[in-house]
Design a protein around this ligand. Structure first.
Ligand SMILES: Nc1ncnc2c1ncn2[C@@H]1O[C@H](COP(=O)(O)OP(=O)(O)OP(=O)(O)O)[C@@H](O)[C@H]1O
Length: 221
């Protein structure tokens, strides 16, 4: 079983502790959903895992072997889809695909995705938000990385795009271990296999939607 485990992640910004000995793990075949209120530290945790933000402390194990976030990024264990646009806006979709994938099979998986095939001639700047988000996810999820971090894939996109994205995530779920964070909790709950919430720097397990009330994320369900 391929598993990504993090233990005792600690992160402070000045005197403010955002992550307080956070411990979690995700295995191939699982989608771990991370909830939490604005500013609680979800993106901070994903950036730390991808090695673009330094933690005060982190123990990272990939398949039981101790490693570092930077090494995991460089050896293509972990892929990361950030919250903000990251693709070159003046490039066409069809030119971006080979930039990310030299492997023909991986290129084809993106090129021949039925929805992406309908806009490969367009520049990224010409895509709708939903098209761009779907392209970003499919582009990076069709990779050899066994673990994938996705920050807010559903935010601000229309219902039809959300359905398409959920369908895609369900189709790749058995091939990867995925950590996803988003405030569209109903959509996330449809695809997730495990659910946790970050509150006051600590991780709590969620088993029902009502637990989101318990940790002050919702007022009613
Ligand atoms: N570089 C930084 N310097 C100082 N404080 C920071 C920095 N980056 C993040 N923070 C603070 O850390 C906290 C966690 O931010 P983070 O972006 O991880 O929250 P989040 O849970 O992803 O929020 P949202 O749901 O709004 O995306 C916030 O209070 C934020 O202001």
């Amino acid at each position: 079983m391929q598993t990504l485990s993090i233990k005792n992640v600690h992160k402070s910004f000045g005197k403010k502790t955002v992550l307080n000995n956070v411990t979690l793990s995700v295995s191939k075949g699982e989608i771990l959903a991370l909830y939490g209120r604005n500013g609680c530290g979800k993106s901070t945790l994903l950036k730390i895992l991808f090695g673009t933000l330094k933690a005060n402390n982190i123990e990272l194990l990939v398949n039981g072997t101790a490693t570092t976030p930077k090494a995991s990024r460089l050896n293509k264990s972990i892929a990361y889809i950030p919250q903000h646009p990251f693709l070159p806006s003046s490039q066409k979709v069809r030119d971006i695909i080979p930039m990310y994938h030299q492997n023909q099979e991986l290129q084809d998986a993106v090129f021949y995705d039925p929805y992406i095939a309908s806009f490969t001639a367009r520049k990224v700047s010409e895509l709708s938000l939903g098209q761009r988000r779907y392209f970003e996810v499919v582009l990076l999820a069709n990779s050899s990385h066994p673990f994938l971090l996705i920050d807010e894939p559903f935010s601000m996109i229309e219902p039809l795009h959300k359905e398409r994205l959920k369908g895609f995530l369900n189709s790749i779920k058995r091939t990867k271990g995925i950590i996803i964070t988003d405030h569209y909790y109903n959509d996330v709950l449809e695809v997730s296999t495990q659910n946790i919430i970050l509150k006051d720097g600590l991780i709590n397990t969620i088993t029902t939607k009502e637990d989101l009330l318990k940790y002050d994320y919702l007022k009613s369900v």
